[in-house]
Design a protein around this ligand. Structure first.
Ligand SMILES: [Zn+2]
Length: 358
């Protein structure tokens, strides 16, 4: 039986037929895989990751293990080595069949129950990372309603908006593209939220700033977020902050390394949450993390199950592998619109026959 894989080739992906795996190695038949902002950055050549097949946000059917077939999602970051990441350092999920092996052991899979629409389960991983960020925020910010600014209206930023609203916080979403803000405004499930264009926000002191801007926009987003925070406010780095991007804002340009101390659900109360001082002398609590835990994936599944329609509204394009190629390549080219002009927020690739491959 023949399936499909989306293979990197230059700064594009192309579709290539794939034969079903042979032998008795356990494997996952993919059902649906979401395209993440980091996939776009890798595919566009903005990062050095070597995986030939992208994708780490997926749901599929696990075959070939004792106890029978079951539906699973993936925990992409290896708790033993945070630089070993599914779809970054080794081949990821945009393919019909994914073998388990030394880099992808059984312990990285979390069983989930079927959900309608099934594609919503691809949000388990990104939502799991959002819940991780909020565990860090709850350790560093005062209890009660907070004023929260979120930089970047990609899928992760929008999941953060949803989480913050659900917790009763006052939310401002800051985004560079007015077209994206218009899309958010049309999706009333994400209201009420204050919408601001980067560089034009109304000054309003924030308790918490969550920065999920793309890498190339990190320096300016972090600068603006630091200006907006009150002294001792909390900044969460969702995207990596390298020294060059930190230097215009912080006295110590290495503060972005804080993310490496909180891995796969663990929290280092000392090194994973640091005081970072801005050039103006304002102290801020800086934190961040990498990956997620199986428990956070499970908590994310419960949240999705409580409102699949609301979360599913983030998925703007659910496509076959053939149809996904053009939309993914548009994103790799830096575009946010399909040929028919629709805004690309979250792309999910559906693999034909999914669990029935086996
Ligand atoms: Zn992701």
């Amino acid at each position: 039986m023949t399936g499909w894989q989306l293979v990197r080739s230059g700064r594009r992906v192309r579709i290539v037929p794939m034969e079903r795996l042979r032998g008795d190695q356990p494997y996952v038949s993919m059902l649906a895989v979401g395209l993440c902002g980091t996939d776009v950055q890798i595919g566009a050549g903005h990062r050095g990751d070597v995986a030939g097949v992208l994708g780490h946000e997926g749901v599929g059917i696990l075959h070939g293990v004792p106890g029978g077939d079951r539906m699973v999602v993936f925990n992409p970051v290896d708790v033993r080595d945070q630089d070993s990441i599914l779809g970054h350092s080794f081949d990821g999920l945009f393919r019909s069949w994914v073998p388990l092996g030394p880099e992808l052991p059984l312990s990285t899979l979390q069983e989930v129950q079927p959900l309608d629409p099934m594609a919503v389960l691809t949000l388990c991983e990104p939502l799991g990372t959002v819940l991780y960020s909020w565990e860090l925020i709850e350790r560093s910010a005062p209890a009660g309603p907070l004023s929260v600014g979120i930089w970047g209206a990609g899928p992760i930023g929008l999941l953060h908006v949803r989480r913050a609203i659900d917790q009763g916080h006052d939310v401002e979403l800051v985004e560079a593209r007015p077209e994206r803000l218009a899309w958010v405004e049309d999706h009333s499930r994400l209201a009420p939220v204050h919408l601001s264009v980067t560089g034009h926000r109304t000054p309003r002191p924030l308790d918490v700033a969550i920065v999920c801007a793309p890498r190339l926009a990190m320096a300016s987003a972090v600068r603006e977020a630091a200006d907006a925070l009150r002294p001792d406010g909390t900044m969460v780095l969702v995207t990596a902050l390298d020294a060059a991007a930190a230097a215009p804002t912080f006295v110590d340009a290495t503060v972005g390394r804080v993310r490496r101390h909180n891995v796969c659900g663990n929290v280092d109360p000392e090194l994973g949450m640091v005081t970072a001082v801005s050039h103006e002398g304002k102290p801020l609590v800086l934190t961040g993390h990498r990956g997620t835990s199986l428990a956070q994936l499970h908590a994310a599944e419960s949240a999705l199950r409580a409102d699949p329609g609301g979360y599913g509204a983030l998925i703007t394009h659910e496509l076959s592998p053939e149809d996904a190629v053009d939309v993914i390549n548009r994103r790799l080219d830096g575009q946010f619109r399909t040929a028919d002009g629709s805004e690309i927020v979250k792309v999910v690739v559906r693999f034909p026959d999914g669990g029935r491959h086996g």
